[in-house]
Structure formats: structure tokens, C-alpha cells
Design a protein around this ligand. Sequence first.
Ligand code: PMV
Length: 330
Amino acid sequence: MRTTTARAYPNIALIKYWGKRDESRILPAAGSLSVTLDAFETTTTVVPNPAGDADSLELDGQPADEEQTRRTTAFLDHVRSLAGSEQPVIVRSRNSVPTGAGLASSASGFAALATAAAAAFELDLDTRALSRLARLGSGSACRSVVPRVAVWHAGDDQASYAEPVDAPDMRMVVVTVDRGRKPVSSRAAMRLTAATSPFYDAWVSSTEDSLAAMIDACRDGDFTRIGEITESHALRMHALIQSTTPPIRFLRPQSVAIFDAVEKLRENGLEAYSTADAGPNVIVLVRPENAEAVAAALDGLGELRIVGPGPGAHPLPEGSEVPAATEGIS
Ligand code: PMV
């Protein structure tokens, strides 16, 4: 075993993953498609700990809470079982944005951890196998293993991984309206949706249709079609989530105001389309040449950041370790 460090970026889904058909293997009810970003990265170091009797996790320089540590150990158990090892490790992870702020930090987090841990345990995994492994940490993490645009296939354990899709160049204007932790985790909200929404079956079947149409639009380089499907699919997901018992609403009045502003931009001839994950922040999909103009038009509606397609999860060279919280204090 050796100490290794890896970096991964979050992804924003244009076709959303919302609902599992198998909780323990994290198999999605339907396929999804996303853009891996070039910003908001997570860097993670895995250090073998032969003297320890359990894994330990430091997040952004602080010891992680019990739930985060439990989830990380459960994930590392998959890695250990592939490697035929029982070795505990120390994990040090650093996010460039606050954890749980709705910018998919679980995707970048588990993609970076899967990449670093696979290398630390000297597993020789290709991108497909690494994507399947990352999926066991957090579903959407399997897409962050892949650069740029990725489709995550539904299917059984072997067949459920992400792979690249040809797509035109695009940018996203991230409009952050709230940096706080979301009140309900995606995992809990998904479970409630499958258990209580009367619309769940229709969501699953219509998502498969939307995904097929999206893949065609990507391959045709048809930005308008990509945008139209993205916005309508996001609104369907939020409608679905609001149909649970008890209802969950992730969008805030400010989020809706941004959807309205983007619609206005389109009416005025500036093409832009909105989407939002399980939180109040809105991501606006634009053509590269329109990114600055759209960001300028949305000025005042939230904290703005233009992002583009980025790299898949990758190991970093030796010497890039995330420092220990106590380092230098001795
Ligand atoms: O992988 P999770 O459990 O963080 O779920 C992600 C859910 C959404 O971000 C709302 C949709 C998606 O496909 O990323």
C-alpha cells in the first residue's frame, strides 16, 4: 500500500438521477446524463494506517462527524474487499466549496476517494471499473470519474457505470442563492419519493425517454434541444419531489425568480436554460459565446460563477497530499 492523492470535480445533471431500484448497490431506477465541471473540486489523500484499528476521516481540516465517517468506512470496505485487505486508512479531504451546499460535493467527494483509495490499495481499475466503484459511495459520483459529458447507465451492478458522450461545448452560469447545508439529504428525499409519490412510475419511464432524446441531441450538437430537455426535466424532478408525503420543496422564491429571468432572456433572444439539483441554487446552461452576457444579465440574483466542462477524476503526483489538520502544531 502507499499514500495517494486524487482530485475530482462535481457534475451537474442535465438528465437527473432521482430514485434507486437497489439501495445497497446504488443502482438507479433510470439512466442520467451530466456535465463534469472544471471548478469546485475535491482533493483527497488516502494514507495507510497499519497502527490504527479503524478508518479516520478529516474533512476540510476538521475531524468528520459520525455519519460521514460511517459512510466513508462503508465505502472503503468495498475497496478493501476488492483488494483482499483489512488495512484501515486515514482519509484527508478538502473541498473548494462548503460541503453539502448543493454543489454536488458528494459526487466530487466519492469520485476523488474512489480514485485515491483504488491507487492506495494498488487496484488496477479501468475507467469503467472505477466508475462502478465510485457509484457505491454516492450514485452521482460515478459520473464525476468521466470528463466532460457522461451518461450513467441503469442496469445491474456490472452494467451500471458512466461513460463519455459526444456533445457540443457548453458553459454553465452557477447562481448560488444559499450556501447552507440542505435540510434533507438527497438519499432520504429519494427514498421518500419512491415510497410516497403517486407520480414516481411515470417519472422513471419518462426519464428514460428524456435520456434517449438528450443523447440524440448531444450527438447532433443541437444546443437548443439540449437546453429545452434540460429545463423541462429539472422542473419535472422538482414537481415530483413536491409530490411526496410530507412534501419537500428545494426551490426557494429566489430560485423561481431566476427561472423567470432566464425565460425572459430567451424571449429577448439570448438562449439560456435553467436547472437545479436538490437545493435552491440554479445552474443556467448557455452556449460558450453567451456566458458573459447571461452572467451580466443575472447580476444581482445570486453569487455568479461561470464554469465549463472539466476533467474526470485523476490521481495527483506525489507531494500533493492534503495536509493533516494537526500538522505544524506539534
Ligand atoms: O448522488 P446523490 O445521492 O448525491 O444524488 C444526486 C441527486 C441530484 O443531484 C439531484 C441529481 C443528479 O443526477 O445529480
